[in-house]
Design a binder for this molecule. Sequence first.
Ligand code: FE
Ligand code: FE
Ligand code: ZN
Length: 287
Amino acid sequence: MIYIGNHVSVAKGFLAMGKEELSLGGTTFAFFTRNPRGGNAKEIVPDDVAALRELLQERNFGKLVAHAPYTMNLCSAKESVLEFSNRVLKEDLQKMENLPGNYFNFHPGSHLGQGFEKAADMIAEALDRVIKPDQKTIVLLETMAGKGTEVGGCFEELREIRDRAAIPEKIGVCLDTCHVWDAGYDIADDLDGVLDEFDRVIGLDHLCAVHLNDSKNTCGSHKDRHEKLGLGQIGLDALLRVVRHPVLQGKPFILETPNDNEGYAKEIACVKAAQEADRGSADEEKL
Ligand code: FE
Ligand code: FE
Ligand code: ZN
């Protein structure tokens, strides 16, 4: 089973997200826990969430990958931003417990000149204040492009944050193909090498989800501009090798490509076809 999907809007409620993803052929999806630019979150309607849970189970969805708003920055130098970020983390993580067993992904943030050491402590402390040993949600640190003072532009920084947290078992990593490429990891020419390095530094056990995007820019550009699969610098062949890589099987793959629903449906079909081709050839080998 391949778990592939895209970002869907929460505007029409939770069940509506599941139905929309089904209509696109998806088997997982991502959603913003509130407006991506910040602001207040909509109240949860228990019946609506219960209906989504039922649908996800019935249709064998993979784990969902919720995304925190971009404005959440747990290592900001600004007091007002920190206050907002810590509140969002707490509220949205609590909300995720209504959909137990899924992921809550966030950008580690930008240290704005305070330096990585300080930022890593701030992020780990913020996580320690809200992560409970019995929670059902795994929090994911996203690999970043390393733009400006962005934290998480190399695997070592993510390991460091995870190591400093009190309950690292509740913290995993989401690998964004555009971001790691822009950060300088050559997943087009040396995917095995990059995954080996991930394993050596963080451990593949902690790689929980993949953001599947092409990149408008070259490897190491530190830009973070997503492109449709196959139209960017990484290229379709390389991205499909990611999708088919043995160590990534069973993980949710989330498209964050600049698409409308028609474009997403096409990309989902393309990823599924690549996966099914593999299954076909594996069956042939058995015969
Ligand atoms: Fe992200
Ligand atoms: Fe991403
Ligand atoms: Zn990005």
